[in-house]
Design a protein around this ligand. Sequence first.
Ligand code: ATP
Ligand code: MG
Ligand code: MG
Ligand code: MG
Length: 363
Amino acid sequence: RKTRVAIVFGGRSTEHAISCVSAGAVLAALDPDEFEVVPIGITRDGRWVLTDGDATQLAITDRRLPEITVDSGRMVVLPADPVGNNLLVLDPVRGGQALDGVDVVFPTLHGAYGEDGTIQGLLEMAGVPYVGANVFASAAAMDKEFTKKLAAVEGIPVGPYAVLRNGVTLSEEDKERLGLPVFVKPSRAGSSYGISKVTDWADLDAAVAAARQIDPKVLVEAAIVGAEVECGVLEGEAGGAPEASLLAEVRVVEQGHDFYDFEAKYLDNSCEYDIPANLPEQVTRQVQEYACRTFTALDCAGLARVDFFVTPDHTVYLNEINTMPGFTSTSMFPRMWAATGLEYPKLVSRLIRTALRRGSGLH
Ligand code: ATP
Ligand code: MG
Ligand code: MG
Ligand code: MG
């Protein structure tokens, strides 16, 4: 029979809508001759809904963001089948009758409760293979504090930063050490939600409060002046070394954007991209090598997008890593791979094949 793949999207994070858009693109790209799709949306309050998988409902139209609600489909629960090593989609409407099991899950979820090891843990419990990083790698990569710490131990350069745990404020020493401007960000988030650039210490408290709306733990980072350069990494085929894509440079060109914020990412068409990034060969190789090393340092699997800053004198700093990067056909990760020679549908089926090959044991 065909491979049954559950696409899980939406979810409880601030990136609910972006997850829907990513899922819409994956749904549209799956070859119906190869895959049978089980499209499962998660509402903002965490209810699981079996949708009709209509990809056109999962797009941004006129700046309106898609959302999964209880009306998007039938409510389902997903317990494990302890014998069949499978995830059963139970349909309470039909008296708890089980739909067929799912062979593999593509958790197209961004941010907390999805990109952070939580759904990965659920799937490990159920013994179901899934696309992407395992529990630990997902949690470590979602948390910018631990990403930096683990990368730094492996010799990957990270910029100066301070961690403000719940209730803690930035010390005078740290203000002096970091200097202005700083970027204030939730330690665990994405799509630039909760991030501010602070150019006056008088604005720091408000920026920290905004970040804490999303995560009680906040990072304050020295602003790095330089190009934003991204690299796609794929797990090697048949257990080989991770592979790096061509690099992308992202530039925010429209006035009104201080940095690569949410609007610039998804709403405004205010970004320009160079793929490949216009960098000397040697710098490109350095970034690709750091990207693969970060992937390995965090024990990633499947895929990741690793983001850097490259200063005018070509010093490279790791910014962050995303274990489930934006996945629409115009998102950076698929674009970088398309430019490298792997078209979107092939990329999707490679990720699913990798997950199936890995199976459901520890990885
Ligand atoms: P993503 O959507 O890629 O997951 P994110 O929400 O995890 O993003 P970051 O990538 O850390 O957030 O930051 C968002 C943007 O803010 C960056 O793309 C960059 O434009 C700017 N930025 C963040 N940190 C810094 C820094 N230390 N120096 C300069 N710019 C920064
Ligand atoms: Mg991120
Ligand atoms: Mg992200
Ligand atoms: Mg980023």
